[in-house]
Design a protein around this ligand. Structure first.
Ligand code: GUN
Ligand code: FE
Length: 472
């Protein structure tokens, strides 16, 4: 929808003005992993450019005078008694075209799942009308779940992938959008494959140029991301070309890494090294690389990922299903690697990053506790593997933002105001506050219990992008 220019600023599709605004209420965020910071009844002032200008603590003279100033022009958003402001959620790994497949076909191994379900579905995005319908529903659905930053694989169709970028921009969802590159004759079906490495590179370049030049995207809300599907799908020539393109353009890169036994061993056989080292050799591993999964990364891989500053997208449910193992999240966090969460739509079953945060806690607990009750407790455990709900919250917000090297995920001056207003007490929700919970307990309830019904409002760069039915 077209932007309307008026005296005070431009309007977005929901009629919000690009103007300074202030938010008054209790904000919960985790700038440091494992530590909750409570900004009780704080006033967050946000500029027309979407960046946080100031955070005034409750009781300061500045907080009350500024609140009055914003209230006078109707630019003060005041949270209700049971509402909490959280940083918007970051989803590091989404296959946009797999939205129609979400929640089905989760019983096959990766290599069969791709051939039987995923490639046939993805090939349908040659039809731009199909793409438009699915992508509008997807972006709306993810915003309603509080995903303010989304990292998308599209398909190999350039027009459909442009539509995905257009849709994110229109809905004002912060997004990284990639056209999938896949040219390997053995691994990709003839009906869904790039004709040549050169052609795949050219179309990737075209998408980069398109996204960077989109009118209305001057602030780079939408960014292009170079997207070799995974090593098995790509020829060495294609990987080499995309590595050079990454260096030339400075774009983010996303791909899958050591996801399943089959995939991990296929790469070892073909490349004589693991995914991580092979990707590095192709020039695809940098501070702006997001590696999905990484279930089978070894110590050398972890060290290399850390050295390059790349990030891992932990997709907890999909990781368990496709790897038949549990991603050693805590060990990897302790080694200083950037990690965030991914839904892996549709290898995972939920579009909600809150659900994925719960799954991350659960799978880490299972790794720590063990799975086979026939074994003695001492034998079935892998000690020191669990994460808690607060760490999961950090992964969903600050961890994801720092994985992408973007100023999102915490409430801090200069960071973008991407936020979710959670209403902890809605009749259609699954939880109530008793009134005597500590902020840590409130956050635990949110992480374990909040759902779409509790998502009252969603804001990206100071623009309201979703309004739920929740009222306190
Ligand atoms: N590896 C290659 N393609 C895919 C995909 O679409 N989903 C997942 N989970 N892994 C992949
Ligand atoms: Fe994936």
């Amino acid at each position: 929808m077209a932007k309307i220019t008026c005296k005070t600023g431009r309007r977005d599709f929901m009629g919000e003005l690009y103007r300074e605004r202030a938010f008054l209420g209790t904000a919960l965020h985790a700038p440091v992993r494992g530590q909750l910071e409570v900004l009780r009844d704080a006033l967050i002032v946000v500029g027309g450019d979407g960046a946080i200008k100031a955070i005034h603590r409750h009781g300061s003279g500045e907080a009350s005078s500024q609140a009055q100033r914003f209230a006078a022009t109707d630019d003060l958003v005041t949270l209700g008694r049971t509402q909490y402001l959280l940083p918007g959620f970051v989803d590091l790994h989404i296959h946009a075209p797999q939205w129609p497949q979400l929640g089905m076909a989760l019983d096959l191994p990766l290599e069969d799942w791709l051939q039987a379900y995923t490639f046939p579905l993805e090939s349908r995005y040659a039809d731009v009308e199909f793409a438009r319908t699915v992508y509008e529903s997807l972006v709306e659905g993810l915003l309603a779940n509080g995903t303010t930053t989304a990292v998308y694989f599209g398909t190999l169709h350039l027009p459909a992938t442009r539509i995905l970028a257009d849709t994110c921009l229109q809905r004002n969802q912060r997004a990284l959008v990639g056209r999938v590159a896949m040219d390997d004759i053995q691994q990709c079906p003839a009906y869904y494959r790039d004709g040549s490495a050169q052609g795949a590179e050219a179309q990737t370049r075209e998408l980069i140029e398109y996204v960077r030049a989109m009118p209305g995207n001057e602030a780079s809300l939408i960014r292009p991301v170079i997207t070799p599907r995974f090593i098995p799908s790509c020829s060495d020539e294609l990987l080499t070309r995309l590595g050079a393109l990454a260096r030339e353009t400075g774009c983010h890169v996303q791909t899958h890494c050591s996801e399943s036994d089959w995939e991990h061993h296929y790469v070892l056989r073909r490349c004589g090294k693991s995914d991580t080292f092979a990707l590095d050799g192709f020039g695809l591993l940098s501070r702006h690389t997001i590696l999905a999964h990484g279930n089978f990364v070894g110590d050398d891989d972890i060290a290399l990922i850390r050295t390059r500053g790349a990030a891992l997208a932990h997709c907890p449910l999909s990781n368990v299903y496709f790897s038949d193992a549990v991603f050693p999240l805590r060990r990897i966090l302790q080694q200083g690697v950037h990690v965030g969460l991914g839904s892996d739509i549709a290898g995972g079953s939920s579009p909600s990053i809150l659900d994925n945060a719960r799954h991350a806690v659960l799978s880490s607990r299972i790794l720590e506790a063990g799975v086979d009750p026939a074994l003695d407790r001492s034998q079935r455990r892998r000690p020191d593997s669990r994460i808690d709900a607060l760490t999961a919250f950090w992964l969903a917000t600050a961890g994801g933002g720092s994985a992408l090297d973007l100023p999102v995920g915490v409430f801090r001056e200069g960071f973008q105001f991407d936020a979710v207003v959670i209403d902890a007490s809605v009749p259609t929700g699954n939880f109530r506050l008793n009134g005597d919970e500590t902020p840590e307990e409130v956050l635990q309830k949110i992480i374990y219990l909040a759902g779409r019904a509790n998502i009252h409002e969603v804001w990206v760069a100071n623009r309201r992008v979703h309004q739920g039915l929740a009222r306190s």
